[in-house]
Design a protein around this ligand. Structure first.
Ligand code: NAD
Ligand code: ZN
Length: 376
């Protein structure tokens, strides 16, 4: 290919600073270094974690940056030492790496990995190194992926090779939101058949958690959101009951407790709000209730009375749904192709990368589930 071994100039949406619209720029994408892969991104979703970085977390050293971490594409070229991937392979870049060698990768108990962006650039939510420049400046790669660019470079430990027949403009959702919510229910909460569950927040992550509870055999799934427009969609994924906290004067944990004769077996917080995290925990039944924190925030401490835990509730967190990405994402792609998990139902809007700021507004205003941006 004409681009192999050369710096590529391409279009990307650059966040120059926090709280400002993204700017479509021409950026330079370096050749892949040792163990790296350069990927032509075909499509990407916009996830709330991108908004968190831009508007809420906004660490001062985290800009300029190319956001986006829910993409899919095709390998353009590979750097020295890469044997597992070839140009033309369909891939999903991963924000959770899997080096296969560290103590975490070798344990079945976690999907954490000591390598990758999270080991060095946690504060800025970006990898320490970047292959991007724009207007003579270094531009960071958000979560090491940066899918709001027509080309990106990712270490091979953070790339999943997927079925060549997979539609990239749909399976990109498995790069974050859908795996995150689905896995939080199935892998982290370990939802049991016949159980009662509550899911707080019905964005793509929460809806995927509803789908996970349903596929694990939950008999009752209570969907909780302040935005009643989300309830119809939650039904599609298997929710049985719908609660809007604004319709009640008492704490939502008491409402759920009354509805379920003492509390739910499993709850999942998919909002990113420490008050909701507390409510989700306290909605669980004493004795065995399990509550999983999925929503992403690091702005405030999370608190509860110790008796909640002494009484037998368990509080857990879930990162990328507990999936070991390189191994499990291709399986989830297969599950979609085999019609065992839904993806199309999450997509409410499609637009070109140039409209990324419209996609951000839709999410901020609760008007979408997922917008897919096309980069072709
Ligand atoms: P989204 O913005 O599409 O959905 C959030 C939903 O929460 C909305 O429907 C909103 O109306 C609802 N909500 C807001 N406040 C609420 C409240 N007080 N009570 C009930 N519902 C409320 O976001 P998303 O893309 O689905 O992401 C959800 C969360 O998951 C975000 O915090 C995101 O950062 C996080 N996330 C975590 C991981 C992980 O690995 N743990 C990965 C991806 C995303
Ligand atoms: Zn995400």
């Amino acid at each position: 290919m004409a681009t192999v071994g050369k710096v590529i100039k391409c279009k990307a949406a650059v966040a120059w600073e926090a709280n400002k619209p993204l700017v479509i720029e021409e950026i330079e994408v370096d050749v892949p270094h040792a163990n790296e892969i350069r990927i032509k991104i075909i499509a990407t979703g916009l996830c709330h974690t991108d908004l968190y970085h831009l508007f809420e977390g906004k660490h001062k050293d985290g800009f300029p940056v190319v956001l986006g971490h829910e993409g899919a594409g095709i390998v353009e070229s590979v750097g020295p030492g890469v044997t597992e991937f070839q140009p033309g392979d369909k891939v999903i870049p991963l924000f959770v790496s899997q080096c296969g060698e560290c103590r975490f990768c070798q344990s079945p108990k976690t999907n954490q990995c000591l390598e990758g962006w999270s080991s060095g650039g946690h504060e800025t939510m970006s990898s320490l190194e970047t292959r991007f420049t724009c207007r003579g400046q270094k531009v960071l790669q958000f979560t090491g992926t940066s899918t709001f660019s027509q080309y990106t470079v990712v270490n091979q430990i953070a790339v999943a090779k997927i079925d060549p027949s997979a539609p990239l403009d749909t399976v990109c959702l498995l790069g974050c939101g859908v795996c995150t919510g689905f896995g939080a229910a199935v892998n982290t909460a370990k939802v049991e058949p016949g159980s009662t569950c509550a899911v707080f927040g019905l964005g793509a992550v929460g809806l995927a958690a509803v789908m996970g509870c349903h596929s694990a055999g939950a008999k009752r799934i209570i969907a909780v959101d302040l935005n009643p427009d989300k309830f119809e969609k939650a039904k599609v994924f298997g929710a049985t009951d719908f609660v809007n906290p604004n319709d009640h004067s008492e704490p939502i944990s008491q409402v759920l407790s009354k509805m379920t004769n003492g509390g739910v077996d499993f709850s999942l917080e998919c909002v990113g709000n420490v008050g909701v995290m507390r409510n989700a925990l306290e909605s669980c039944v004493q004795g065995w209730g399990v509550s999983v924190v999925v929503g992403w925030t690091d702005l405030h401490d999370v608190a509860t009375r110790p008796i909640q835990l002494i009484g037998g509730r368990t509080w857990k967190g879930s990162y990328f749904g507990g999936f070991k990405g390189k191994h499990d994402v291709p399986q989830m792609v297969k599950a979609y192709l085999d019609k065992k998990v839904k993806l199309d139902e999450f997509i409410t809007h499609r637009m070109p990368l140039e409209s990324v700021n419209d996609a951000i507004d839709l999410m901020k205003n609760g008007k979408c589930i997922r917008t897919i941006l096309s980069l072709e």
